[in-house]
Design a protein around this ligand. Structure first.
Ligand code: MSP
Length: 524
Protein backbone atom coordinates (compact mmCIF):
# COMPACT_ATOMS: atom_id res chain seq x y z
CA UNK A 1 0.00 0.00 0.00
CA UNK A 2 1.30 3.44 -0.88
CA UNK A 3 1.39 6.53 1.27
CA UNK A 4 -2.01 7.93 2.07
CA UNK A 5 -3.06 11.54 1.78
CA UNK A 6 -2.71 12.48 5.45
CA UNK A 7 -4.84 15.47 6.46
CA UNK A 8 -5.43 16.91 9.91
CA UNK A 9 -7.37 19.57 11.78
CA UNK A 10 -5.93 21.37 14.78
CA UNK A 11 -6.66 19.59 18.05
CA UNK A 12 -9.19 21.41 20.20
CA UNK A 13 -8.75 22.50 23.79
CA UNK A 14 -11.08 20.62 26.09
CA UNK A 15 -12.14 23.62 28.11
CA UNK A 16 -15.60 24.07 26.71
CA UNK A 17 -18.06 23.12 24.02
CA UNK A 18 -17.38 23.43 20.32
CA UNK A 19 -18.67 26.46 18.45
CA UNK A 20 -19.08 27.57 14.85
CA UNK A 21 -15.34 28.25 14.37
CA UNK A 22 -14.33 24.74 15.40
CA UNK A 23 -17.12 23.18 13.33
CA UNK A 24 -15.95 25.18 10.32
CA UNK A 25 -12.43 23.82 10.52
CA UNK A 26 -13.70 20.27 10.88
CA UNK A 27 -16.12 20.59 7.96
CA UNK A 28 -13.55 22.19 5.65
CA UNK A 29 -11.12 19.37 6.41
CA UNK A 30 -13.81 16.76 5.91
CA UNK A 31 -14.70 18.17 2.48
CA UNK A 32 -11.04 17.99 1.47
CA UNK A 33 -10.75 14.41 2.77
CA UNK A 34 -13.91 13.29 0.99
CA UNK A 35 -12.89 14.98 -2.24
CA UNK A 36 -9.52 13.21 -2.25
CA UNK A 37 -11.20 9.87 -1.62
CA UNK A 38 -13.60 10.59 -4.43
CA UNK A 39 -10.61 11.21 -6.73
CA UNK A 40 -9.42 7.71 -5.85
CA UNK A 41 -6.72 8.60 -3.34
CA UNK A 42 -6.27 6.75 -0.10
CA UNK A 43 -6.84 9.22 2.69
CA UNK A 44 -6.26 9.37 6.41
CA UNK A 45 -8.12 12.16 8.19
CA UNK A 46 -7.21 12.93 11.79
CA UNK A 47 -8.89 15.22 14.28
CA UNK A 48 -8.94 15.27 18.06
CA UNK A 49 -8.42 17.01 21.37
CA UNK A 50 -5.70 18.90 23.18
CA UNK A 51 -6.39 18.01 26.79
CA UNK A 52 -3.44 19.09 28.93
CA UNK A 53 -2.57 22.45 30.43
CA UNK A 54 -3.38 24.85 33.20
CA UNK A 55 -6.68 26.04 31.76
CA UNK A 56 -8.07 22.53 31.67
CA UNK A 57 -6.71 21.84 35.14
CA UNK A 58 -8.40 25.00 36.43
CA UNK A 59 -11.67 24.40 34.57
CA UNK A 60 -11.84 20.89 36.04
CA UNK A 61 -11.10 22.17 39.55
CA UNK A 62 -13.81 24.80 39.20
CA UNK A 63 -16.30 22.00 38.57
CA UNK A 64 -14.88 19.87 41.38
CA UNK A 65 -13.73 17.18 38.96
CA UNK A 66 -10.43 15.52 38.29
CA UNK A 67 -8.90 16.76 35.04
CA UNK A 68 -9.26 13.29 33.54
CA UNK A 69 -12.95 12.97 34.41
CA UNK A 70 -13.54 16.48 33.12
CA UNK A 71 -11.78 15.73 29.84
CA UNK A 72 -13.56 12.41 29.44
CA UNK A 73 -16.93 14.14 29.60
CA UNK A 74 -15.96 16.82 27.13
CA UNK A 75 -14.34 14.26 24.84
CA UNK A 76 -17.68 12.48 24.60
CA UNK A 77 -19.35 15.75 23.60
CA UNK A 78 -16.70 16.54 20.99
CA UNK A 79 -16.82 13.05 19.55
CA UNK A 80 -20.59 13.33 19.29
CA UNK A 81 -20.19 16.61 17.47
CA UNK A 82 -17.74 15.04 15.01
CA UNK A 83 -20.37 12.41 14.30
CA UNK A 84 -23.16 14.97 14.03
CA UNK A 85 -21.08 16.95 11.52
CA UNK A 86 -20.75 13.80 9.43
CA UNK A 87 -16.97 13.83 9.65
CA UNK A 88 -15.25 10.99 7.84
CA UNK A 89 -12.25 11.03 10.16
CA UNK A 90 -10.20 7.85 10.38
CA UNK A 91 -9.03 8.44 13.93
CA UNK A 92 -9.70 10.75 16.83
CA UNK A 93 -6.75 11.54 19.03
CA UNK A 94 -6.77 12.63 22.65
CA UNK A 95 -3.49 13.87 24.06
CA UNK A 96 -4.24 12.06 27.33
CA UNK A 97 -4.06 8.67 25.60
CA UNK A 98 -1.13 6.36 26.37
CA UNK A 99 -0.21 6.15 22.67
CA UNK A 100 0.36 9.90 22.66
CA UNK A 101 2.27 9.96 25.89
CA UNK A 102 4.75 7.39 24.62
CA UNK A 103 5.38 9.33 21.42
CA UNK A 104 5.90 12.60 23.29
CA UNK A 105 8.28 10.81 25.65
CA UNK A 106 10.16 9.27 22.76
CA UNK A 107 10.68 12.49 20.81
CA UNK A 108 11.73 14.36 23.95
CA UNK A 109 14.13 11.58 24.95
CA UNK A 110 15.69 11.68 21.54
CA UNK A 111 16.06 15.45 21.38
CA UNK A 112 17.46 15.52 24.90
CA UNK A 113 19.99 12.83 24.03
CA UNK A 114 21.14 14.74 20.95
CA UNK A 115 21.58 17.97 22.90
CA UNK A 116 18.61 19.80 21.39
CA UNK A 117 17.03 20.30 24.79
CA UNK A 118 18.73 21.98 27.78
CA UNK A 119 17.85 23.37 31.19
CA UNK A 120 18.09 27.05 32.09
CA UNK A 121 16.93 29.37 34.81
CA UNK A 122 14.58 32.20 34.13
CA UNK A 123 13.44 35.09 36.24
CA UNK A 124 10.57 37.27 35.19
CA UNK A 125 6.97 38.38 35.38
CA UNK A 126 4.45 35.65 34.90
CA UNK A 127 0.81 35.82 33.86
CA UNK A 128 -1.04 33.09 35.67
CA UNK A 129 -4.05 33.27 33.40
CA UNK A 130 -2.11 33.11 30.16
CA UNK A 131 0.52 30.69 31.51
CA UNK A 132 3.26 32.82 30.10
CA UNK A 133 6.20 34.93 31.14
CA UNK A 134 5.83 38.60 30.20
CA UNK A 135 8.44 41.13 29.19
CA UNK A 136 8.50 44.90 29.51
CA UNK A 137 7.16 45.04 25.98
CA UNK A 138 3.91 43.60 27.30
CA UNK A 139 3.34 46.45 29.78
CA UNK A 140 0.81 49.22 29.22
CA UNK A 141 2.34 52.63 28.38
CA UNK A 142 1.92 53.59 32.07
CA UNK A 143 3.87 50.53 33.17
CA UNK A 144 0.89 48.56 34.48
CA UNK A 145 -0.17 45.13 33.26
CA UNK A 146 -3.26 44.88 31.12
CA UNK A 147 -6.30 43.19 32.64
CA UNK A 148 -6.11 40.50 29.95
CA UNK A 149 -3.05 39.03 31.72
CA UNK A 150 -4.98 38.46 34.96
CA UNK A 151 -2.75 38.12 37.99
CA UNK A 152 0.92 38.90 37.18
CA UNK A 153 3.51 37.60 39.65
CA UNK A 154 7.32 37.64 39.80
CA UNK A 155 8.63 34.16 39.24
CA UNK A 156 12.02 32.48 39.24
CA UNK A 157 11.93 29.16 37.60
CA UNK A 158 14.17 26.58 36.02
CA UNK A 159 12.79 25.13 32.85
CA UNK A 160 13.75 23.13 29.82
CA UNK A 161 14.35 24.72 26.45
CA UNK A 162 14.42 23.46 22.89
CA UNK A 163 17.17 24.97 20.74
CA UNK A 164 14.89 26.63 18.26
CA UNK A 165 16.95 29.76 17.56
CA UNK A 166 19.36 27.82 15.37
CA UNK A 167 16.57 26.94 12.94
CA UNK A 168 15.75 30.46 11.83
CA UNK A 169 17.83 30.66 8.65
CA UNK A 170 16.89 27.40 7.07
CA UNK A 171 13.17 27.93 7.80
CA UNK A 172 13.30 31.31 6.05
CA UNK A 173 14.97 29.65 3.08
CA UNK A 174 12.48 26.80 3.17
CA UNK A 175 9.51 29.17 3.10
CA UNK A 176 11.11 31.13 0.26
CA UNK A 177 11.74 28.00 -1.78
CA UNK A 178 8.38 26.34 -1.04
CA UNK A 179 5.67 28.91 -1.67
CA UNK A 180 3.04 26.19 -1.33
CA UNK A 181 4.11 25.31 2.23
CA UNK A 182 1.98 27.98 3.91
CA UNK A 183 -1.26 28.98 2.24
CA UNK A 184 -2.89 31.39 1.63
CA UNK A 185 -0.08 33.63 0.43
CA UNK A 186 -0.93 36.40 2.92
CA UNK A 187 -0.23 34.05 5.84
CA UNK A 188 3.03 32.91 4.30
CA UNK A 189 4.11 36.55 4.00
CA UNK A 190 3.18 37.11 7.61
CA UNK A 191 5.37 34.24 8.77
CA UNK A 192 8.24 35.33 6.54
CA UNK A 193 7.88 38.89 7.79
CA UNK A 194 8.07 37.72 11.38
CA UNK A 195 11.08 35.48 10.72
CA UNK A 196 12.97 38.21 8.86
CA UNK A 197 12.37 40.89 11.46
CA UNK A 198 12.51 39.08 14.79
CA UNK A 199 15.09 36.82 16.30
CA UNK A 200 13.74 33.37 16.97
CA UNK A 201 14.31 32.43 20.62
CA UNK A 202 14.78 29.03 22.11
CA UNK A 203 11.45 27.56 23.10
CA UNK A 204 10.49 26.84 26.68
CA UNK A 205 8.97 23.37 26.65
CA UNK A 206 8.26 22.67 30.31
CA UNK A 207 6.46 23.79 33.43
CA UNK A 208 7.34 22.64 36.95
CA UNK A 209 5.03 19.78 37.87
CA UNK A 210 4.45 21.49 41.21
CA UNK A 211 2.65 24.29 39.40
CA UNK A 212 1.12 22.37 36.53
CA UNK A 213 0.26 18.79 37.35
CA UNK A 214 -1.85 18.13 34.27
CA UNK A 215 0.66 17.21 31.60
CA UNK A 216 3.13 14.62 30.39
CA UNK A 217 6.22 14.46 32.66
CA UNK A 218 9.52 15.05 30.89
CA UNK A 219 11.01 11.56 30.60
CA UNK A 220 14.47 12.76 31.64
CA UNK A 221 13.25 15.11 34.40
CA UNK A 222 9.85 14.16 35.78
CA UNK A 223 9.75 17.17 38.12
CA UNK A 224 8.62 19.04 35.03
CA UNK A 225 5.73 18.40 32.63
CA UNK A 226 5.75 19.04 28.90
CA UNK A 227 4.30 22.41 28.06
CA UNK A 228 1.97 23.08 25.16
CA UNK A 229 3.58 22.79 21.75
CA UNK A 230 5.71 19.69 22.24
CA UNK A 231 2.60 18.02 23.54
CA UNK A 232 0.07 19.46 21.08
CA UNK A 233 1.91 19.43 17.73
CA UNK A 234 3.27 15.96 18.38
CA UNK A 235 -0.27 14.58 18.05
CA UNK A 236 0.23 14.57 14.29
CA UNK A 237 3.19 12.24 14.75
CA UNK A 238 1.52 10.02 17.34
CA UNK A 239 -0.95 8.37 15.04
CA UNK A 240 1.45 7.37 12.23
CA UNK A 241 4.12 6.36 14.75
CA UNK A 242 1.78 4.16 16.74
CA UNK A 243 0.66 2.53 13.48
CA UNK A 244 4.32 1.67 12.93
CA UNK A 245 4.86 3.93 9.92
CA UNK A 246 8.66 3.83 9.59
CA UNK A 247 8.81 7.39 8.24
CA UNK A 248 7.25 8.55 11.52
CA UNK A 249 9.06 6.26 13.95
CA UNK A 250 12.35 7.43 12.42
CA UNK A 251 11.86 10.62 14.44
CA UNK A 252 11.64 8.75 17.70
CA UNK A 253 14.83 6.80 18.15
CA UNK A 254 15.35 3.09 18.77
CA UNK A 255 13.59 2.83 22.13
CA UNK A 256 10.22 3.51 20.53
CA UNK A 257 8.62 0.38 19.16
CA UNK A 258 5.26 -0.12 17.49
CA UNK A 259 4.02 -3.03 15.41
CA UNK A 260 4.12 -2.16 11.71
CA UNK A 261 0.56 -2.17 10.37
CA UNK A 262 1.76 -1.41 6.86
CA UNK A 263 -0.04 1.95 6.88
CA UNK A 264 2.09 4.73 5.46
CA UNK A 265 1.10 8.27 6.40
CA UNK A 266 4.14 10.40 7.11
CA UNK A 267 4.65 13.24 6.24
CA UNK A 268 1.30 15.00 6.61
CA UNK A 269 0.01 16.33 3.31
CA UNK A 270 -2.10 19.03 4.85
CA UNK A 271 -2.57 20.65 8.25
CA UNK A 272 -5.79 22.68 8.28
CA UNK A 273 -5.61 25.27 11.07
CA UNK A 274 -6.79 28.75 12.03
CA UNK A 275 -4.86 31.94 11.43
CA UNK A 276 -3.89 32.27 15.12
CA UNK A 277 -1.68 29.20 15.17
CA UNK A 278 0.18 29.56 11.89
CA UNK A 279 3.51 30.41 13.52
CA UNK A 280 3.44 27.24 15.60
CA UNK A 281 2.75 25.09 12.55
CA UNK A 282 4.99 26.91 10.08
CA UNK A 283 7.97 27.62 12.36
CA UNK A 284 8.01 25.62 15.62
CA UNK A 285 6.77 22.40 14.07
CA UNK A 286 9.30 22.31 11.19
CA UNK A 287 12.07 23.11 13.68
CA UNK A 288 11.01 20.26 15.96
CA UNK A 289 10.74 17.79 13.09
CA UNK A 290 13.99 18.77 11.49
CA UNK A 291 15.78 18.38 14.81
CA UNK A 292 14.25 14.92 15.20
CA UNK A 293 15.11 13.94 11.64
CA UNK A 294 11.60 13.61 10.25
CA UNK A 295 10.28 14.89 6.93
CA UNK A 296 8.28 18.11 7.05
CA UNK A 297 4.57 18.42 6.37
CA UNK A 298 3.77 19.43 2.82
CA UNK A 299 1.28 22.17 3.46
CA UNK A 300 -0.24 24.30 6.19
CA UNK A 301 -3.58 25.79 5.19
CA UNK A 302 -4.75 28.63 7.42
CA UNK A 303 -8.36 29.68 7.52
CA UNK A 304 -9.81 32.88 8.95
CA UNK A 305 -12.01 33.36 11.97
CA UNK A 306 -15.77 33.51 12.13
CA UNK A 307 -17.66 36.25 13.86
CA UNK A 308 -21.37 36.50 14.47
CA UNK A 309 -23.20 39.71 13.60
CA UNK A 310 -19.86 41.49 13.26
CA UNK A 311 -18.73 40.59 16.80
CA UNK A 312 -16.19 38.11 18.08
CA UNK A 313 -17.57 34.71 19.09
CA UNK A 314 -17.51 34.71 22.86
CA UNK A 315 -18.67 32.46 25.65
CA UNK A 316 -18.76 35.39 28.04
CA UNK A 317 -21.08 37.57 25.99
CA UNK A 318 -22.99 34.60 24.62
CA UNK A 319 -22.30 35.70 21.04
CA UNK A 320 -22.07 32.16 19.73
CA UNK A 321 -23.49 29.93 17.05
CA UNK A 322 -24.12 26.45 18.37
CA UNK A 323 -23.71 23.95 15.52
CA UNK A 324 -26.02 21.49 17.29
CA UNK A 325 -28.88 24.00 17.34
CA UNK A 326 -28.47 25.07 13.71
CA UNK A 327 -28.28 21.46 12.54
CA UNK A 328 -31.37 20.43 14.46
CA UNK A 329 -33.34 23.26 12.89
CA UNK A 330 -31.97 23.30 9.34
CA UNK A 331 -30.29 19.97 8.82
CA UNK A 332 -26.63 19.04 8.61
CA UNK A 333 -26.12 19.64 4.92
CA UNK A 334 -27.56 23.15 5.03
CA UNK A 335 -25.02 23.94 7.75
CA UNK A 336 -22.09 22.34 5.91
CA UNK A 337 -23.08 24.08 2.70
CA UNK A 338 -23.34 27.51 4.26
CA UNK A 339 -19.98 27.30 6.04
CA UNK A 340 -18.09 26.43 2.91
CA UNK A 341 -20.05 28.63 0.50
CA UNK A 342 -20.04 31.75 2.63
CA UNK A 343 -16.36 31.92 3.52
CA UNK A 344 -13.27 31.36 1.41
CA UNK A 345 -10.38 29.69 3.24
CA UNK A 346 -8.32 32.68 4.37
CA UNK A 347 -10.27 35.81 5.25
CA UNK A 348 -12.48 36.22 8.30
CA UNK A 349 -16.17 35.51 8.00
CA UNK A 350 -19.35 36.81 9.52
CA UNK A 351 -22.34 34.67 10.41
CA UNK A 352 -25.74 36.26 10.24
CA UNK A 353 -28.96 34.29 10.53
CA UNK A 354 -30.31 36.32 7.67
CA UNK A 355 -27.58 35.39 5.23
CA UNK A 356 -27.88 31.74 6.28
CA UNK A 357 -31.60 31.80 5.61
CA UNK A 358 -31.19 33.57 2.33
CA UNK A 359 -28.61 31.10 0.99
CA UNK A 360 -30.79 28.25 2.19
CA UNK A 361 -33.80 29.51 0.32
CA UNK A 362 -32.12 30.81 -2.82
CA UNK A 363 -29.37 28.28 -3.42
CA UNK A 364 -30.48 25.09 -1.72
CA UNK A 365 -34.28 25.13 -1.82
CA UNK A 366 -34.90 27.14 -5.01
CA UNK A 367 -31.67 26.27 -6.79
CA UNK A 368 -30.73 22.67 -6.23
CA UNK A 369 -33.89 21.33 -4.60
CA UNK A 370 -36.18 22.81 -7.18
CA UNK A 371 -34.09 21.47 -10.05
CA UNK A 372 -34.28 17.89 -8.81
CA UNK A 373 -37.92 18.27 -8.00
CA UNK A 374 -38.81 19.54 -11.46
CA UNK A 375 -36.63 17.01 -13.27
CA UNK A 376 -38.14 14.03 -11.45
CA UNK A 377 -41.68 15.34 -11.51
CA UNK A 378 -41.66 15.91 -15.25
CA UNK A 379 -40.00 12.59 -16.00
CA UNK A 380 -42.64 10.86 -13.89
CA UNK A 381 -45.50 12.83 -15.34
CA UNK A 382 -44.56 12.69 -19.01
CA UNK A 383 -42.62 9.43 -19.29
CA UNK A 384 -43.77 7.37 -16.30
CA UNK A 385 -40.37 7.87 -14.73
CA UNK A 386 -38.53 6.05 -17.50
CA UNK A 387 -35.21 7.54 -18.65
CA UNK A 388 -35.23 8.34 -22.39
CA UNK A 389 -32.34 7.96 -24.86
CA UNK A 390 -29.04 9.62 -23.96
CA UNK A 391 -28.77 13.22 -25.10
CA UNK A 392 -25.66 15.35 -25.03
CA UNK A 393 -27.13 18.82 -24.91
CA UNK A 394 -25.83 19.74 -21.44
CA UNK A 395 -22.87 17.36 -21.58
CA UNK A 396 -20.40 20.14 -22.38
CA UNK A 397 -21.64 22.33 -19.51
CA UNK A 398 -21.51 19.41 -17.11
CA UNK A 399 -18.03 18.32 -18.14
CA UNK A 400 -16.75 21.85 -17.91
CA UNK A 401 -18.21 22.31 -14.43
CA UNK A 402 -16.80 18.97 -13.34
CA UNK A 403 -13.28 19.70 -14.59
CA UNK A 404 -13.32 23.15 -13.02
CA UNK A 405 -14.68 21.85 -9.74
CA UNK A 406 -11.99 19.19 -9.58
CA UNK A 407 -9.28 21.74 -10.28
CA UNK A 408 -10.59 24.01 -7.53
CA UNK A 409 -10.96 21.16 -5.06
CA UNK A 410 -7.38 20.08 -5.65
CA UNK A 411 -6.32 23.67 -4.96
CA UNK A 412 -8.39 23.65 -1.72
CA UNK A 413 -10.61 26.42 -3.07
CA UNK A 414 -13.78 24.91 -1.70
CA UNK A 415 -15.85 28.06 -2.01
CA UNK A 416 -14.86 28.35 -5.66
CA UNK A 417 -15.68 24.68 -6.20
CA UNK A 418 -19.21 25.19 -4.89
CA UNK A 419 -19.51 28.21 -7.17
CA UNK A 420 -18.54 26.03 -10.09
CA UNK A 421 -21.08 23.37 -9.12
CA UNK A 422 -23.77 26.02 -8.89
CA UNK A 423 -22.95 27.18 -12.39
CA UNK A 424 -24.36 23.82 -13.49
CA UNK A 425 -27.36 24.07 -11.14
CA UNK A 426 -28.15 27.48 -12.62
CA UNK A 427 -27.50 26.33 -16.16
CA UNK A 428 -29.91 23.42 -15.74
CA UNK A 429 -32.60 25.62 -14.19
CA UNK A 430 -32.20 28.08 -17.02
CA UNK A 431 -32.47 25.20 -19.48
CA UNK A 432 -35.92 24.44 -18.08
CA UNK A 433 -36.97 28.04 -18.70
CA UNK A 434 -35.51 28.02 -22.20
CA UNK A 435 -36.87 24.68 -23.37
CA UNK A 436 -40.23 24.85 -21.57
CA UNK A 437 -40.81 21.11 -21.30
CA UNK A 438 -44.33 21.68 -19.89
CA UNK A 439 -45.22 23.25 -23.26
CA UNK A 440 -43.43 20.59 -25.27
CA UNK A 441 -45.51 17.99 -23.44
CA UNK A 442 -48.66 19.42 -24.90
CA UNK A 443 -47.53 18.89 -28.48
CA UNK A 444 -47.18 15.26 -29.60
CA UNK A 445 -44.97 16.39 -32.50
CA UNK A 446 -42.38 17.50 -29.89
CA UNK A 447 -42.12 14.11 -28.18
CA UNK A 448 -38.52 13.45 -29.09
CA UNK A 449 -37.50 17.00 -28.16
CA UNK A 450 -39.15 16.45 -24.77
CA UNK A 451 -37.19 13.19 -24.41
CA UNK A 452 -33.96 15.10 -24.95
CA UNK A 453 -34.83 17.79 -22.45
CA UNK A 454 -35.85 15.29 -19.80
CA UNK A 455 -32.69 13.25 -20.25
CA UNK A 456 -30.50 16.32 -19.85
CA UNK A 457 -32.28 17.38 -16.70
CA UNK A 458 -32.15 14.11 -14.80
CA UNK A 459 -28.61 13.38 -15.93
CA UNK A 460 -27.51 16.84 -14.78
CA UNK A 461 -28.97 16.01 -11.36
CA UNK A 462 -27.03 12.76 -11.27
CA UNK A 463 -23.74 14.47 -12.16
CA UNK A 464 -24.47 17.11 -9.53
CA UNK A 465 -24.88 14.40 -6.89
CA UNK A 466 -21.37 13.16 -7.65
CA UNK A 467 -19.88 16.63 -7.44
CA UNK A 468 -21.79 17.50 -4.28
CA UNK A 469 -20.89 14.34 -2.39
CA UNK A 470 -17.73 15.74 -0.72
CA UNK A 471 -19.63 18.79 0.51
CA UNK A 472 -23.10 17.54 1.37
CA UNK A 473 -22.87 13.77 1.34
CA UNK A 474 -26.36 13.07 2.69
CA UNK A 475 -28.01 15.23 0.06
CA UNK A 476 -25.90 13.64 -2.65
CA UNK A 477 -26.99 10.21 -1.46
CA UNK A 478 -30.62 11.35 -1.39
CA UNK A 479 -30.39 12.58 -4.98
CA UNK A 480 -28.99 9.20 -5.96
CA UNK A 481 -31.73 7.41 -4.05
CA UNK A 482 -34.47 9.51 -5.68
CA UNK A 483 -32.97 8.69 -9.05
CA UNK A 484 -33.19 5.08 -7.81
CA UNK A 485 -29.52 4.47 -8.42
CA UNK A 486 -27.58 1.84 -6.52
CA UNK A 487 -24.74 2.78 -4.21
CA UNK A 488 -23.49 6.21 -3.30
CA UNK A 489 -22.10 8.89 -5.60
CA UNK A 490 -18.77 8.95 -3.84
CA UNK A 491 -16.46 8.37 -6.82
CA UNK A 492 -15.62 11.32 -9.03
CA UNK A 493 -15.39 9.07 -12.08
CA UNK A 494 -19.14 8.38 -11.78
CA UNK A 495 -19.69 11.97 -12.87
CA UNK A 496 -18.98 11.47 -16.57
CA UNK A 497 -21.95 12.36 -18.71
CA UNK A 498 -24.25 9.61 -19.88
CA UNK A 499 -24.36 7.48 -16.73
CA UNK A 500 -28.13 7.23 -16.63
CA UNK A 501 -29.18 4.39 -18.89
CA UNK A 502 -32.26 4.62 -21.09
CA UNK A 503 -35.07 2.49 -19.71
CA UNK A 504 -34.03 2.99 -16.07
CA UNK A 505 -36.96 4.03 -13.90
CA UNK A 506 -36.40 6.86 -11.44
CA UNK A 507 -38.20 7.43 -8.14
CA UNK A 508 -40.51 10.18 -7.02
CA UNK A 509 -39.15 13.47 -5.69
CA UNK A 510 -39.03 14.40 -2.04
CA UNK A 511 -37.93 17.91 -1.17
CA UNK A 512 -34.20 18.03 -0.41
CA UNK A 513 -34.48 21.35 1.40
CA UNK A 514 -38.03 22.09 2.48
CA UNK A 515 -38.79 25.78 2.00
CA UNK A 516 -38.82 27.62 5.28
CA UNK A 517 -41.10 30.48 6.01
CA UNK A 518 -39.24 33.71 5.31
CA UNK A 519 -41.13 35.49 8.06
CA UNK A 520 -39.29 35.20 11.39
CA UNK A 521 -40.88 32.75 13.78
CA UNK A 522 -42.89 34.15 16.68
CA UNK A 523 -41.05 33.79 20.00
CA UNK A 524 -41.55 30.39 21.57
N1 MSP B 1 -5.12 23.30 20.96
C1 MSP B 1 -4.67 24.37 20.14
C2 MSP B 1 -4.20 23.88 18.78
C3 MSP B 1 -3.17 22.81 18.79
S1 MSP B 1 -2.88 22.20 17.21
C4 MSP B 1 -1.60 21.15 17.36
C5 MSP B 1 -5.80 25.37 19.92
N2 MSP B 1 -7.04 24.95 20.24
S2 MSP B 1 -8.37 25.83 20.09
O1 MSP B 1 -9.43 24.99 20.54
O2 MSP B 1 -8.22 27.09 20.72
O3 MSP B 1 -8.53 26.12 18.56
C6 MSP B 1 -8.59 25.06 17.64
C7 MSP B 1 -8.81 25.56 16.23
O4 MSP B 1 -10.05 26.26 16.16
C8 MSP B 1 -7.72 26.53 15.77
O5 MSP B 1 -7.30 26.20 14.47
C9 MSP B 1 -8.44 27.87 15.80
O6 MSP B 1 -7.95 28.78 14.86
C10 MSP B 1 -9.85 27.45 15.46
N3 MSP B 1 -10.81 28.46 15.88
C11 MSP B 1 -11.08 28.90 17.14
N4 MSP B 1 -11.98 29.93 17.07
C12 MSP B 1 -12.32 30.16 15.77
C13 MSP B 1 -13.22 31.02 15.10
N5 MSP B 1 -13.93 31.93 15.72
N6 MSP B 1 -13.34 30.87 13.76
C14 MSP B 1 -12.64 29.92 13.06
N7 MSP B 1 -11.79 29.10 13.67
C15 MSP B 1 -11.56 29.24 15.02
O7 MSP B 1 -5.54 26.45 19.45
Amino acid sequence: MGKRFYVTTAIYYTNGAAHLGHAYEMVVTDVIARARRSFGEEVFFLTGLDEHGLKVQQAAAAEGKTPQAYCDELATQWRDLARLLGLSNDDFIRTTEPRHRSVVEAILTRLHATGEIYKAGYEGWYSVREETFLTDKDRNPDGSWDAKWGQVIPLVEENWYFRMARHQDWIIRYLEEHPEFVQPESRRNEVLGFLRSEKLEDLCISRPAARLGWGIPLPFAPEWVTYVWFDALTNYLTVPASLGDPAATAALGPEYVAPDTGISLWPPDLHVIGKDIVKFHAVYWPAMLQAAGAALPRQVLAHGWWQKDGQKLSKTTGNLVDPVVVISEWGLDAFRYYLVRELAIGPDGNWTDESFRSRYNAELANGLGNLLNRALNMLNKYREGVVPAVSQELAGDAEQARAETERLLRANDLQGALGSIWSLVNRANLYVEQTQPFKLAKDPAQASRLDEVLYNLVEACRVLAVMLAPFIPHTAARIYAQLRLEGTPDRWSLGTWGGLTPGHRVGTPEPLFPRKDLVPKPPR
